[in-house]
Write a protein that binds this ligand. Sequence first.
Ligand SMILES: CC(C)(COP(=O)(O)OP(=O)(O)OC[C@H]1O[C@@H](n2cnc3c(N)ncnc32)[C@H](O)[C@@H]1OP(=O)(O)O)[C@@H](O)C(=O)NCCC(=O)NCCS
Length: 391
Amino acid sequence: MLRECVIVDGVRTANCRAHAEKGWFRKRTPDELLTAVFDALFERNKAVKPEDVEAVFIGCANQSGMQHDIGRLAWLAGGYPESVPANTICQQCPSGMSAIEHAARAIMCGEGEIYVAGGVEDMLNVKMGQGMEPPVRLYQRYNPMELPMGPTAEKVAGMWKISSEDMIEMAYYSHKRAAAARDAGKFKDEIVPVEGENEKGEKIIVDRDQWIRDNISRESMAGLPTPFKDGGVITAAFSSPLTQGACALLLMERQKADALGLSYHLRYKGGAMAGCDPTIMGIGPIYAVRKLLDRFNLTPGDIDVVELNEAFASQALACLRELGFEENAPFKKTNLWGGALALGHPLGESGARIVITLNNIMKKDLPDARYGLAALCGGFGNANATLWEKV
Ligand SMILES: CC(C)(COP(=O)(O)OP(=O)(O)OC[C@H]1O[C@@H](n2cnc3c(N)ncnc32)[C@H](O)[C@@H]1OP(=O)(O)O)[C@@H](O)C(=O)NCCC(=O)NCCS
């Protein structure tokens, strides 16, 4: 019989601008960010010793340079036991969600009882696409100009007829809700304070997300440049920004958590990956979510809370509309504490980060809600979705 996997805890660093002069984490490295979240997990859950962990799964989209095998190397660099193995996983943006699925499935199959799963991306030290050598035959199959993320967002905006006005509303509420959640202290439980430097070079303790624009206005978003296409619609305001950040969850077999006296709110119900045309990769969640809900005979109406990564406003709106979740912002049940347009999107981290936030939203704001869904698209047309149920 399958066992149950529950979320015992989840922590993340703040998400900071991947900017050489302005980014608060510009002097941090990806292994340091990961070590900070590992440290916090064990500090907060003293009943669990690092050597009790069966394995560590870490998602990272670009595993070159400082992020080569970052899961294992950060674990060792942080002084953690050699006997605990780590597996760094790549599924582009859904990498962190993939890491969670690996752990959850292992727990359900009885391979182990305690896992750490998370993600990291430092888009300053390891740039998007850095060191990548795509197969020549890929470019015989697809137009190379259509494969980068920005152009895919433009194509989706055109095909799904997403207007600039609707994207402005979405970005506006993403920032407003993120700011409101931050000001109400809702991220306090998930953000681990880490030392950084402010814009003036002074040392600061970074315990809040850097990208949230407190002075957001609809007017300031009108008419921004469209870097991905001449005469296009996707601007910086409608794109998730380049970010540094890391996160990790403690996932456990339910009876083990009970035996250790650890509490939990959600259990893993299931996950589904789906592929789609890489030139419109942003609509992948439509297929992954449908597959997942069909498997459990659920409809979008059964889902109480949704976390859908806002890689770009166009793709997120296309997915929410096609799936029948929402038409326009302000959303009723999606990204209630803001989304990646405001919070940032450290690629391989976000798939795990949205599960941490989903868990906290359901625990704090909607304790009676039964089902939560987290989903995201990924470069080259790989999407992922996970379903969580209140225990
Ligand atoms: C879109 C992109 C190219 C913009 O890069 P950039 O020009 O360095 O962007 P910034 O966020 O610094 O914004 C530039 C300017 O636009 C304006 N701007 C951006 N967002 C804004 C908003 N929400 N409201 C008002 N103005 C905004 C500001 O004037 C900003 O300047 P500032 O730094 O002084 O505030 C970059 O964020 C990007 O590539 N994003 C996509 C990343 C990606 O593909 N991820 C994977 C997804 S699958």
